[in-house]
Design a protein around this ligand. Structure first.
Ligand code: F6R
Length: 589
């Protein structure tokens, strides 16, 4: 996935706006970045490209009221200056930026080469610029852009700047694009954060829609018919401050510490939808939970929530769901969990389930996503912009939302809401109690470990999986989680003298005893046991105390993993906001 930002309007600082906007979208790709700017009183495009992250970059760009920019996560072509976007046509009057993969680009490129087009990069994107240039020989700019886009296969979003016509055009099919409507100025971006400061009026493009932005107006089109469309302007309720670091050194740590507020906020959301869905589930609909990565661990945890409510739910990593989609029918509810609502694997799984007539409920954070549009019911989790690449606050809000849903199924909706609401106070109190110093101490203990193993049982098993993922992603340290019951079936052979093992527990008596005895088995083989739990035990070599929240203790237990990942990352010299090789949402298969 990549980030797209564009500006057209009254300001002479359009290029600076795009440059700053790209910094907000850096989470979408940080291999390289670039801009194409039409300077004031000139039609000669100024193009600037750089390898690496845009984060701290400074640049001198000409004054401009029309500019586009891109931050790249490489798919086709290595990380080089020439492969960075924007890409130009032969005449250098058209600049194109792109998010997605043009699956048929080789065929198109071969044809265009035969017609004499000269290519300067190895990317799939560059073919778009030349293809439009070719079509412009026989048709108008709008037709050329739209018909080029329709000829591309795969999931794509493109943005084209024509310096001669002073026009920006964009199309989407499968990759997100949103238009911001300001006063005599218009914005285009992959999400709303670049233009939140300027306007909260947004139009989320749907698949197979196009837009033409000029200085004095914007028009939307149906790409299939080529006709103009009436559109609905949405007011985005995210605050500018939510997308800023607010005094923290990284978004990740800011987002971790926002959780008391973001989790408890979910208690007020989605009341009606939760009621409707729980009724359907109680009437016997089969529940399937889907997500990728962190969201798949949320799905796994929700399996246990539903089991406690007497419902047999089944969770899948969305990327493994297709063989099982055939068992979906009109009696199935598929609950798809996603921060971005744009994860390709999740969308593919959902589309398949939909074909089989399953009812789709989306538990999603980013507004206006593709998943939201596919769903019959949407439960926005309201965690606000999550800028750090690794998911934290969106995950815990998704978890809280599913807890609310399962509580409602159990007939204990009010109690569920009360418990989620009260997390604000209990987590804040816990945070105040010297948590930072304790985590740093733990991080120092683990800094040079080669491997860290985690164990947990029932709800603390998905918690352990998520804990391990946070360490892997943020600090690149190998960590692996197991259900504690699995140890003696093979895994225990990995343990050597001094191997750090983290046991996640809550205070439920029977489970606690089982996990402690698994921890003891590890300790007997030389492991160093770190207990993350509301209570201490003789088995623990080190105890990290979490608040006793009964079945919701998994939330603070996971937060320990988020914080540990962050401080381990700092200690090991990684960039916690932008781990290597990762992108915030994986919009490609
Ligand atoms: C991990 C992480 C990823 C995402 C996964 C799904 O910290 O962020 O594992 O959870 O790529 O993304 P969404 O939730 O946007 O569907």
């Amino acid at each position: 996935m990549c980030g797209i930002v564009a500006y057209i309007g009254k300001s002479k600082n359009g290029s600076q706006f795009v440059f700053q906007g790209l910094k907000k979208l850096e989470y979408r790709g940080y291999d390289s970045w670039g801009l194409a700017v039409k300077p004031l009183r000139s039609q000669v495009l100024k193009v600037e490209k750089h390898i690496g992250k845009i984060g701290q970059a400074k640049t001198k760009l000409p004054l401009s009221s029309i500019a586009i920019g891109h931050t790249r996560w490489a798919t086709h072509g290595g990380v080089t200056n020439s492969n960075a976007h924007p890409h130009l046509d032969c005449s250098r009057k058209l600049a194109v930026i792109h998010n997605g993969i043009v699956e048929n680009y080789q065929e198109i490129k071969t044809e265009l080469k035969k017609k004499g087009h000269q290519f300067r990069s190895e990317t799939d994107t560059e073919v778009i610029a030349h293809f439009i240039e070719e079509k412009l020989k026989t048709m108008s700019l709008r037709k050329a852009v739209f018909s080029t886009f329709k000829a591309l296969s795969g999931s794509n979003a493109i943005c084209v700047l024509d310096s001669k016509k002073e026009t920006i055009l964009a199309c989407r099919d499968g990759s997100p694009l949103v238009v911001g409507i300001g006063k005599d100025e218009y914005f285009l971006a992959s999400d709303v954060t670049p233009f939140l400061k300027k306007t909260k009026k947004a139009v989320f493009l749907k698949d197979r829609e196009g837009v033409v932005l000029k200085r004095h107006g914007v028009s939307f089109f149906n790409l299939q018919t080529g006709k103009k469309k009436r559109i609905k302007v949405k007011i985005v309720n995210w605050e500018v401050e939510d997308a800023q670091k607010g005094g923290y050194s990284h978004f990740l740590i800011k987002e971790i510490f926002e959780q008391p507020k973001t989790i408890s906020k979910t208690a007020e959301l989605n009341r009606e939808v939760i009621k409707k869905l729980s009724l359907k589930i109680k009437k016997g609909k089969k529940v399937i939970l889907l997500g990728c990565g962190t969201a798949s661990y949320c799905a796994k945890a929700a399996e246990y929530f539903f089991a406690h409510a007497g419902i047999e739910a089944q969770s899948y990593g969305a990327y493994e769901f297709l063989p099982f989609a055939r068992f979906c029918n009109s009696k199935t509810i598929v609950i798809a969990i996603s921060q971005s609502g744009e994860t390709a694997d999740t969308l593919i799984a959902v589309k398949k389930a939909k074909q089989k007539k399953a009812l789709i409920a989306a538990i999603v954070n980013a507004p206006g996503s593709t998943l939201e549009r596919l769903a019959d019911f949407t439960l926005p989790v309201g965690a606000g912009p999550e800028i750090a690449v690794v998911s934290t606050k969106a995950f815990t809000s998704q978890l809280a939302t599913l807890y609310l849903l399962s509580s409602s199924v159990k007939g204990k909706g009010d109690l569920g809401r009360k418990k989620i609401k009260s997390l604000d106070k209990s987590l804040r109190l816990w945070f105040k109690n010297g948590i930072k110093e304790k985590i740093i101490k733990l991080a120092k203990m683990l800094l040079d470990a080669n491997d860290i193993y985690l164990i947990g049982k029932h709800l603390n098993y998905p918690a352990a999986l998520e804990f391990a993922l946070k360490i892997k992603e943020t600090s690149y340290l190998h960590s692996e989680a197991f259900a504690s019951g699995e140890l003696k079936h093979g895994v225990i052979s990995l343990i050597q003298k001094g191997t750090p093992c983290i046991a996640l527990l809550d205070s439920q008596k029977k489970i606690k005893e089982e996990v402690l005895s698994s921890a003891m088995e590890l300790k007997s083989r030389g492991a160093k046991i770190i207990g993350v739990a509301p209570f201490n035990s003789l088995v623990f070599d080190y105890h990290f105390k979490t608040p006793d929240l009964k079945e919701l203790t998994l939330i603070p237990n996971i937060i320990v993993g988020q914080l540990l990942g962050y401080y381990l990352g700092l200690g090991r010299g990684t960039d916690p906001d932008k781990p290597r090789n990762l992108a915030k949402s994986v919009t490609v298969k």
